[in-house]
Design a protein around this ligand. Structure first.
Ligand SMILES: [Mg+2]
Length: 493
């Protein structure tokens, strides 16, 4: 949405355009004294703000009389005393109003000044500015003083926010009820682009034609609330996730339909009620925070899912093969309970992990995700089977001690696994959170002590424990390279 979202929804004077024979100060003086300084409307406020901004004092003590805006006359008027103590009437209003008044008073000789005002107004309209005409009357002689160009300028942070959105792989578009020139001017100023089409371009053709038109454009002007909704809907039907930002009642249907409906802080209650996010600070920068935070959350969820699938596949393969091979359960019942404990603490600490949001949008692709996790699970199951084989053939263990060895192997695997599945690239690319690392080390130490002392489980020898530790550690480091290759191949990021 443009007005009130990308722009401030506040009129500002963009330029003072006096006719020949007048200065910008005289023009501003006339316009300012013809403004209501006590109960200013939007245009009066824009004039007063501009005078304050350029530190041009308006001397209201020179004003004898003021006639506020009236829909019948469509202008404001004041009578002021000039520096040479003459009475002067100053008038401001829309260009057609002032020109009609001027033509009435000067039927003979209106052409040059009128044409000059008209020219300025036309040039302003092309740039997307509205024009306010100012005239003065001295001794019943009316004169045109000049034009003030008015616009609703973009918020200070709009351009930088939109640039950052583009860097996050999001295509910004502008949809507005305003005219095409105004829309194009604002869109260009904030870096959206200049390909703004009138909404009626979307009235004809098939859905595919409309989608193509939307993709080729940077936005639409002259839209009705229903058009905003339709554009969001069309993009969604084409498989896009759509964010919509707005402030007005007219934005509400589109805000509700979009996946990320965002109401700015100054939005109307209806817009806020329809949005999924309400910004509490003025401006748009919080949208960036919402996007990067949700992408970080996605990364933690992705780690959890990969870890979960990998773990399940490891256990299923190990227990199934182990059962058919040795006809026994490779982990005791108590061991299984302890394993759940060991895994849960580490899994919960994923929520605290340091993560990087991706440069582009995220999407759940369960097929590739399961396939990649399957490869990792298979590898861990192989490591577990090697431990079983070593336990039987090198360390000549009986079943209860073998169960301890397998349990310790599973615990070490699950702790090391978390350190590699939390990073889509090599595990050394980023540090895990302190909590995750602490829980990880704590679990390894506790289970090593349990296994060595024989508390809650039959003890194993320290050479066997060291063998399991080194084997699982080495296997995890080797797996990290396989992981990077598989993740790249299946595009898991
Ligand atoms: Mg708006």
């Amino acid at each position: 949405d443009k007005t009130g979202t990308i722009t401030q929804n506040k009129l500002s004077i963009i330029a003072c355009q006096p006719l020949t024979g007048y200065t910008a100060e005289q023009l501003l003086d006339a316009a300012g004294l013809a403004a209501d300084q006590e109960h200013p409307d939007a245009i009066d406020q824009a004039v007063l703000n501009y005078a304050a901004e350029i530190k041009h004092p308006l001397d209201f003590s020179k004003r004898q009389q003021f006639t506020p805006f009236d829909f019948a006359t469509k202008r404001t008027e004041a009578v002021i005393t000039t520096t040479d103590h003459r009475q002067m009437r100053v008038i401001k209003g829309a260009v057609p109003t002032i020109l009609a008044l001027y033509a009435k008073q000067h039927p003979a000789d209106t052409a040059p000044a009128s044409a000059a005002i008209q020219q300025l107004a036309t040039a302003n309209a092309k740039k997307g500015y509205r024009s306010l005409a100012v005239a003065s009357v001295v001794d019943s002689q009316m004169a045109l003083v000049g034009v003030l160009a008015i616009a609703d300028p973009p918020r200070a942070d709009s351009a930088s926010m939109l640039a950052r959105l583009k860097n996050l792989g999001i295509k910004p578009m502008m949809i507005t009820g305003d005219s095409v020139p105004i829309a194009r001017d604002v869109a260009e100023q904030v870096g959206i682009g200049t390909k703004i089409l009138p909404a009626k371009a979307l009235k004809a053709g098939t859905a595919a034609d409309k989608i193509q038109l939307i993709h080729e454009s940077d936005g639409f002007a002259n839209v009705f609330p229903d058009d905003k909704y339709q554009i969001v809907k069309l993009l969604q039907e084409d498989g896009h996730l759509v964010g919509m930002t707005g402030d007005g009642v007219n934005d509400a249907p589109a805000l509700k339909q979009a996946e990320l409906g965002t109401a700015v802080s100054s939005a109307s209650d209806v817009a806020k009620a329809s949005a999924s996010i309400i910004l509490t600070h003025p401006g748009l920068h919080d949208i960036i925070a919402a996007i990067t935070t949700s992408r970080q959350t996605y990364q933690r969820m992705l780690t959890w899912v990969i870890n979960k699938i990998t773990k399940v596949i490891e256990i299923i393969i190990l227990f199934t093969l182990g059962f058919f091979w040795l006809k026994v359960s490779l982990v005791s019942l108590l061991g299984m309970s302890l394993l759940v404990f060991a895994n849960d603490f580490a899994t919960m600490s994923i929520a605290t992990d340091n993560v990087q949001s991706t440069a582009g949008p995220n999407q759940w692709r369960l097929g590739p995700l399961t396939a990649a996790s399957g490869v990792l699970g298979l590898w861990f199951a192989l490591v577990d089977l090697v431990i079983v084989w070593l336990g039987l053939n090198q360390f000549h263990l009986n079943l209860p001690v073998l169960q301890t060895a397998v349990l310790i192997g599973l615990v070490f695997n699950s702790q090391f696994r978390l350190l590699i599945v939390r990073e889509r690239s090599h595990f050394w690319t980023s540090w895990p959170s302190r909590t995750l690392l602490a829980v990880n080390l704590f679990t390894i130490v506790i289970f090593a002590l349990l296994a060595l002392t024989g508390w809650l489980m039959p003890a194993i020898s320290s050479p066997l424990l060291v063998t399991i530790l080194l084997l699982t550690l080495a296997a995890t480091i080797v797996l990290d390279f396989l992981k990077v290759a598989v993740f790249r191949w299946l595009k898991i990021a």
